[in-house]
Design a protein around this ligand. Structure first.
Ligand code: LLP
Length: 442
């Protein structure tokens, strides 16, 4: 088997193409030129694509829920100062999960009243920092945390708005590491076991907490709106139950993030607007049937805002052929900048940059430069058999959960983030240096 030069199956996102020189382009830029300017390995982000995805979400929730729709970007997908500036300009809120994300957002002067603070185990320091930073809502995972927030808010003389994270008992059938809505999840309080009602009762008694509503996040890389509808149904039934039994009127219902993106051609491209419209119709109808006011409805997309706006550019080093066994193409990055194959067996589209008109007849594993056999970016990739040291290759759809999950394993500095616009390109995050890696050593 081999792949023809630059196949349609490579065009998994509209920002991918190739030019008259036969070079791969991303967001209209020649990647070969970008490699000369910025070096490799490098993360590139198509700013227009990010902005368009933000607008798609904002318009979709407005259409479906009127002034009761909200979008919070899940910044764990990729957290750096410039992205918060863009989100602020586009009118999204943010979901943050640590003091580090709050700090980075604050560098961008992000209005923290438009933030939700997640995590299943916020430390006392996190709680204190979050309250001091003016975080809009704490998304509270469990009773111990509720208690800690109540005490710290009291010391500060503040009343902290919170929403409670619940598990509606929905199985998204996505990969296990991101399947979070099930009853046995490490996150939230389960409706099925009665713990959701218990934590609601406790929250209503806390003097320094204002309970505003409920949250659920059923999982990630989800392609089917039916699971959101199933989750919304369970959550709204619960909202109606606590309304009747505890007299609590839910103001906010947050349905989390999770819409999937395309890493390879066999995965669909989701139409966000029609999916949210479908969820919107269901929620409107369900609230009518339950005779409750529709709460403010929030979505927290991460991956579907930024994943396919990203690409990683690598330079090939060693090409090793083991006759009758396997071929390896090693690149100048690897598991420190992309841990997702090692962690989740995640699929990727990998394309040569300069020789897009050469038949790709060599099956190989694209691997990194770490001293570890598991340092694989992708197996069963087809590349031209004459690929050699110095050639460039691109790994697509690396905007989400790459920079944010990057490590310095083997003391390898993390790549920079370069933003691409219609008019040019600019640094959003500098390349790390080896000196910087040792900066904290005493
Ligand atoms: N809200 C909550 C509470 C979440 O936990 C997450 C993701 C999101 C929103 C955003 O989900 P998204 O729209 O990005 O699917 N490292 C994994 C993904 C972990 C997702 C964790 N939570 C990966 O690389 O696939």
């Amino acid at each position: 088997m081999s792949q023809r030069p630059f196949e349609n199956t490579d065009v998994i996102c509209e920002n991918i193409s190739y030019n008259d020189l036969g070079h791969l382009t991303f967001a209209g830029h020649d990647l070969s030129e970008l490699a000369k300017e910025y070096g490799t390995p490098t993360y590139f982000i198509d700013e227009e694509r990010v902005r368009n995805r933000c607008r798609t979400y904002i318009h979709a929730v407005k259409k479906a829920f009127g002034d009761k729709g909200r979008v919070y970007y899940a910044s764990k997908a990729s957290s750096f100062k410039r992205i918060y500036e863009i989100l602020k300009e586009e009118g999204l809120g943010v979901d943050v999960v640590s003091s580090g994300e709050i700090y980075t957002a604050s560098l961008a002067k992000f209005p923290m009243e438009n933030s939700m603070f997640h995590s299943n185990n916020k430390t006392d320091l996190d709680i204190s920092y979050g309250i001091d930073s003016g975080v809009g809502y704490f998304v509270v995972d469990n009773v111990e945390e509720l208690d800690a927030i109540d005490k710290i808010a009291e010391q500060k003389g503040k009343i902290q708005p919170v929403i409670l994270r619940l598990t509606p008992g929905i199985d998204t059938h996505t990969y296990e590491a991101v399947n979070t809505g099930k009853v046995d999840s490490k996150f939230g309080s389960a409706i099925e076991t009665g713990q959701a009602k218990e934590i609601t009762e406790v929250a209503l008694k806390c003097k320094n907490i204002r309970l505003c509503g409920f949250h659920c996040h059923i999982g990630s890389q989800v392609f089917d709106s039916k699971v959101y509808i199933a989750a919304a149904e369970k959550m709204l039934d619960f909202v109606a139950l606590v309304n009747t039994s505890l007299g609590f009127k839910c103001e906010i219902l947050d349905l989390g993030g999770g819409y999937g993106v395309r890493y390879v051609a066999s995965q669909p491209e989701i139409d966000i607007a029609s999916n949210i419209a479908e969820v919107g119709r269901f929620i409107t109808e369900k609230c009518k049937n339950l005779e409750i006011d529709m709460p403010i409805i929030c979505f927290e997309p991460g991956r579907s805002i930024i994943a396919d706006a990203g690409l990683t550019l690598y330079t090939v080093g060693t090409v090793k052929r083991i006759p009758n066994y396997k071929n390896y193409v090693s690149v100048d990055g690897g598991m420190p900048d992309n841990i997702r194959f090692a962690l989740y067996n995640a699929p990727y589209t990998i394309i040569p940059v300069e020789n897009t008109d050469t038949v790709r007849d060599m099956q190989c594993s694209v691997v990194g430069r770490c001293c570890e056999s598991g340092d694989i970016i992708q197996e069963n990739v087809y590349l031209p058999s004459d690929i050699h040291r110095g050639d460039l290759i691109a790994c697509l759809t690396t905007g989400a959960y790459h920079y944010s999950m990057a490590s310095n394993y083997n003391k390898i500095p993390r790549p920079p983030i370069i933003m691409l616009t219609k008019d040019g390109s600019y640094y959003a995050v500098k390349r790390e240096t080896i000196e910087r890696l040792a900066e904290l050593d005493i």
